[in-house]
Design a binder for this molecule. Structure first.
Ligand SMILES: *[C@@H]1O[C@H](CO)[C@@H](O)[C@H](O)[C@H]1NC(C)=O
Length: 424
């Protein structure tokens, strides 16, 4: 049933009245819009109190997470210069490309096109869809001020540019892929497919490891587990480079095939150094490694995530160790820090403070998503519609399925009932 348009004449009329109100007073309830100077409205982000607080105001968000939006603003700026406003045609999605078409209307979330998830080629599509929409829903529902109406395409693919050459929200991008608007991935909600119940539960168990194991007491080696199956050039080279090295604990684990050396994510945090490798594109586990009070060691990244621009490989604010993609300088850098444990310990502490206690918190994720919505709205060259109107009969039909209905009914029991929710 849900795949058919729903007739909601009354809802659509009422919607118009409410919209007209918001259109006249778009930021009437925003403390920021009233021009209260920041110094009269002091705000300090205290992780223990605010990490899971989703309702920060725009000015509290900016004060808490300086620089977090740099990449959104750059992406939007680039777009303005090169292609002008976003048209509705650009928002429509092709079927079977691991994409959704999503509408935010009067602070509510709708799926206007589900694509065809059964034709999507990622393994945990359902999880990605539900988790990603839930992140957006949470950010909208907790907003302390009205959220603008937007409609946008979203790719839940590991490679958003494989889904579409056009503009889209996505989890990762190469530096040059200007069409991808970076958003936090589904792991910030749950990655149950690999046994992570929720972001917060993972964060809590990692904190417990760190509370019981000061950095100096951790295993003084660099740890990595994984399959060389993804990005073999990168990963096989790592395995080769670290073979029999006393400073490394690198072993192959292929889930379902060879799990002898399996190590849980929290157990990674028992090491002083954690190695990060890209896979098909970005690595979904990276953010969890960044939650550890350990030194992240990463090759130069090809794929960005929403907060990777805050990583700093050198100087007084260094928060990770960066090595070449062929790992040729890994041993030299490990030996350098082996001789300077104080320096390494400080890098771990800075990383934990910056990422675990600030920029990767649920509060930051919600601030970030609301900023994305604002930035998108400013570039939108069309007015999103909740209803289609039949030109002959005048009957109004709701274009999308509300998140509320979607979350209780997806997936449909019969696979045949997947498919597009409503005519685009
Ligand atoms: C409009 O309504 C008529 C009568 O119910 C229907 O036959 C027609 O297909 C509708 N048009 C569209 C575009 O849905």
């Amino acid at each position: 049933m849900i795949s058919r348009p729903l007739t909601v004449t009354v809802g659509c009329l009422l919607a118009f009245v409410l919209f007209a109100r918001f259109a006249f007073f778009p930021t009437a309830t925003s403390p920021d819009a009233q021009g209260v100077p920041a110094e009269l409205n002091p705000w300090t982000f205290v992780p223990a109190q605010h990490a899971k607080l989703h309702s920060l105001s725009p000015s509290q968000c900016t004060a808490s997470f300086p620089g977090l939006y740099d990449r959104i603003l750059a992406t939007a700026g680039q777009r303005t210069v090169e292609n002008g406003l976003i048209t509705y045609d650009e928002v429509r999605i092709a079927s079977g490309r691991c994409m959704l078409q999503v509408l935010v209307y009067e602070g509510e979330l709708y799926i206007t096109d589900l694509g065809d998830p059964l034709e999507c080629y990622v393994s945990n599509g359902r999880e990605r869809i539900v988790a990603t929409l839930s992140l957006i829903q949470r950010a909208i529902a907790s907003s302390p001020q009205p959220v603008p109406n937007i409609e946008f395409p979203l790719s839940y693919d590991d490679l958003p540019t494989r889904s579409t050459p056009g503009v889209t929200w996505g989890y990762t991008r190469k530096e040059t892929e200007d069409n991808v608007w970076l958003m936090p991935d589904y792991g910030y909600w749950s990655w149950w497919a690999i046994g992570i119940p929720s972001f917060n539960s993972m964060s809590r168990s990692i904190s417990a490891v760190d509370a019981s194991t000061p950095w100096r007491k951790k295993i003084p080696r660099a740890v990595w587990r994984g399959t060389p199956h993804y990005a073999p050039a990168l990963r096989e080279k790592l395995i080769e480079t670290t073979k029999d090295k006393p400073w490394a604990d690198v072993k192959t684990v292929t889930i379902g095939q060879d799990e002898r050396h399996f190590l849980s994510l929290n157990d990674h945090c028992r090491y002083q150094y954690v190695l990060q490798t890209e896979g098909t594109s970005y690595s979904g586990r990276f953010k969890f490694l960044q939650l550890c009070n350990s030194v992240t060691v990463s090759h130069k990244l090809e794929y960005a995530e929403f907060a990777t621009h805050l990583m700093n490989p050198s100087g007084p604010k260094q928060n990770f160790i960066q090595v070449q993609r062929d790992w040729s300088d890994l041993e030299e850098k490990m030996q350098y820090f082996e001789r300077r444990p104080k320096e390494a310990e400080a890098i771990a502490a800075r990383s934990r403070e910056l990422f675990a206690d600030r920029y990767l918190t649920p509060a930051a994720v919600s601030c970030y998503l609301r900023q994305m919505i604002e930035a998108w709205a400013k570039l939108q060259g069309f007015e999103p519609q909740l209803c289609d109107i039949n030109k002959t009969t005048g009957a109004k039909t709701m274009r999308g399925v509300p998140f509320e209905a979607f979350i209780v009914s997806f997936p449909q029991e019969k696979p045949g009932e997947y498919g597009r929710f409503a005519p685009g």
